[in-house]
Design a protein around this ligand. Structure first.
Ligand code: PXL
Length: 275
């Protein structure tokens, strides 16, 4: 028996199961890595108070991390919803001291159901303290735009320029995801020297809740398993595209992607990679 690689997510708990910690752990399990979690906040709307985000204390966050590190050890780590400046600073400090090889930062800001997942005064800490520590950052178009002073992004050329400018903040790789483009879903990867694009067919569905979490969790799992960044992105995009294809909903609202799709429904979508 060879022990599976150990992967930790720092993220919010999405009580509905489609996104955040829940999406990450499902993805880790599907990709045969050992999943662990640090819950930074609980996202769940109270019917009377309407309160939606229930932050965890820095003490609880540190305790979870220490438990995972000391009881198990960590080969790769991803961050999702961190919510506040304080949590971003604490998480950055932890990552910096940890010397973990693979750090994936998904700069989560707003959920598909319009939950606000990052406070306004947290963005500077994210740019200055967290992004420089990343092996790869995975903003979608609104997140990339927000990190670049609300720049308008409308086509692949804009995504490429955004990737170059985000690379100046210090991450080794930048993946700007073009899920909101017209036409095929094209993502741009930039390593400081050259671009690689990853193209999947557009899937006509609204059930994409947690797709971004799932994609970055799959990248993290593949890095932990020894793939390089390019291979990890290609394989993760195949995984998430298949999960989106078989997305579903239990209600009339946006539903989850289907994390087990690749295992239970057949082949990954072919991803067209251009260098
Ligand atoms: O999909 C973004 C996301 C990330 N993390 C948590 C969420 C959501 C969306 O709702 O709830 C915890």
């Amino acid at each position: 028996m060879i022990n599976p690689p150990r992967v930790l997510t720092f993220a919010g708990s999405a009580a509905g199961g489609s996104a955040g910690i829940q999406a990450d752990l499902k993805t880790f399990q599907e990709l045969d890595v050992y999943g662990m979690s640090v819950i930074t906040a609980i996202v769940a709307r109270h019917p009377e108070t309407n309160k939606n985000v229930h932050p965890q204390t820095l003490e609880a966050i540190e305790a979870q991390y220490t438990t995972a590190m000391n009881q198990v050890g960590i080969d790769a780590l991803k961050t999702g919803m961190l919510f506040s400046k304080e949590v971003i600073l604490k998480t950055s400090e932890i990552i910096k001291e940890s010397k973990i090889d693979h750090i994936v930062v998904d700069p989560v800001m707003v959920g598909k159901l319009d939950s606000k997942l990052l406070e306004d005064d947290a963005i500077e800490a994210m740019k200055r303290k967290l992004l420089p520590l990343a092996t790869i950052i995975t903003p979608n178009m609104p997140e990339a735009s927000f990190l670049l002073d609300e720049r308008k992004l409308t086509n692949v050329e804009d995504l490429k320029q955004a990737a170059v400018d985000l690379h100046h903040l210090g991450p080794k790789y930048v993946l700007v995801k073009g899920g909101r483009l017209e036409g095929p879903a094209i993502d741009v990867l930039y390593d400081g020297e050259s671009f690689t694009t990853f193209e999947a067919p557009r899937i006509d569905t609204v059930n994409t809740s947690g797709a971004g979490c799932t994609y970055s969790a799959a990248i993290t799992a593949q890095l932990a398993k020894g793939k390089n960044v390019m291979e990890a992105v290609e394989s993760a995009k195949g995984f998430v595209t298949t999960a989106i294809e078989y997305g579903f909903s239990y209600t009339d609202k946006v539903g989850p992607t289907y994390h087990a799709a690749l295992r239970t429904r057949g082949e990954a979508h072919k991803i067209t990679v251009r260098r």
